[in-house]
Design a protein around this ligand. Sequence first.
Ligand code: SF4
Length: 378
Amino acid sequence: MAAENSPRGKGDTADPRPHLLALLPDEMELRLQEHMAARGQPTYRVGQVTEWIYRHLATSFDEMTNLPVAEREALERAFRIGQPETHTVSRSADGTVKHLWRMADGELVESVLIPAGDRLTLCLSSQAGCAMGCTFCATGWGGFGRQLTIDEIVTQYRSSARWLEENGREPITNVVFMGMGEPLANRKAVHPALTVLNQGFGLGARRITVSTVGVIPGIRELAVRPEQFGLALSLHSPVEELRAQLIPLEKRYPLPRLLEALREFRDAGGRRITFEYTMIRDVNDAPELAPLLAEQARELGAFVNLIPFNPIPDQDWLPSRPDRIEHFRRTLDEAGVSAAVREPRGRDIDAACGQLRANALVQIEGRPRPRAGRTVVT
Ligand code: SF4
């Protein structure tokens, strides 16, 4: 793993106190039990603290008003539960809300809240930037910063949930690891973060989806977990040569091996597979590709999201024309594959993955970081 930093570590390396959201729920309980026992406190104090953290989304010990002040101060000396600073909040006319968070070391990370019908999906980031260098993605354009730690991933959820509460909005129903970064290239932090979201914050595993450009060892690890987390594969082409032009990782994990790993994931039972297919005009929308995509999706029982390309800076590609998108949708439908056309959300707020951060980096540093050209995989 490149740019390695401990998943329990932090950008703020000066602070030795463990962040409670970097601990698995049972580990956190144990640490709090030890802490309370050492202070001669009754065991029910542990339940009070965990309730404040997971149920009331507390971001400081001061908020824990049913604990004595001395105990709040003792907790503050022993642990952290803080959150990253809000750099920017952008609201789209379509209801999409994008947060840009500044981590303790200054790294910028995005998360996006996307309302759709009775769902409110949080798209969160697993890395500051990304090293995968996919040609259609603004995150690659913004360069790779570092891996995010467990608490830096989980606090995106908690901060977003709090923001919704404070703004009188409905709660998060679904989480997708589809923001900045390749989550399966940061598995040391992403696996525990999945557990914290599921067991700690009580978000059902089937409401959490991990999106990957195709890190096969990560897909296999996810398949053997007992929880039924969903998996989304950024496919973008059913043909190896074309896919390799869009996603450099294709050269390392070619499509036939990737599809084999997805079969294993499917055979693990009860898990949903989604194909993400960004439709780029005259790049990956040739009519003859549609039946190949349909066959791959049908065999795996995958749902297909057809996503018109969201233009990004430094790239003159355009979204596919509506008739091409409709041709793909109809071909999938005729093959018995469930599919949906997903309009890009939040176009008015730079909501293409990584775009807000890339623009902020231009403002902060005067220019974008060099485009990522290397592949970082654990
Ligand atoms: S599409 Fe995903 S994996 Fe590819 S560069 Fe963007 S964030 Fe990274």
